[in-house]
Ligand binder design. Structure first.
Ligand code: SF4
Ligand code: SF4
Length: 127
């Protein structure tokens, strides 16, 4: 469940307001996102994924209120951690370069190109 909008990090871009499928956020009077309907959260992590400044924390506990605060989350490097683990944003560990299926696709493409250069048919062109 969504737990934190860190007001020190939030830049008021409204991306979380727009991306949330359950309309959990409002844009506050100061332009920053506020959690307005927390109990409607479905723990989909979309807001955390799309936040450009890692200002959000979605707890994996869908049914519980976690007792967390921003300082604690920052100290544990948890703000934006879901995004990093998914390999989505700037300078993140993991991600597509470590995805073995991507490596296989690259190998397959290189093999197909080599086969075609040699005059044969690549994988996927078989009849
Ligand atoms: S986790 Fe999903 S449902 Fe919950 S606030 Fe974020 S985008 Fe909305
Ligand atoms: S996506 Fe992040 S920066 Fe943008 S309004 Fe939401 S919390 Fe603030």
């Amino acid at each position: 469940m969504i737990e934190i909008v860190d007001s020190d990090r939030c830049i008021g871009c409204d991306i979380c307001v727009k991306v949330c499928p359950r309309d959990v956020f409002d844009s506050g009077d100061d332009g920053l996102a506020v959690i307005a309907r927390k109990s409607d959260c479905q723990t989909c992590f979309l807001c955390e994924l799309y936040c450009p400044v890692d200002a959000l924390y979605v707890s994996p506990h869908a049914e519980l209120d976690d007792e967390v605060d921003s300082e604690q989350l920052i100290a544990q490097n948890l703000l934006g951690s879901y995004t990093r683990n998914m390999g989505w944003s700037r300078g993140k560990m993991g991600g597509t370069d470590k995805d073995p299926t991507r490596q296989l696709r690259i190998l397959n493409r290189v093999g197909r190109e080599n086969t075609q250069e040699a005059g044969g048919q690549g994988i996927g062109n078989r009849q």
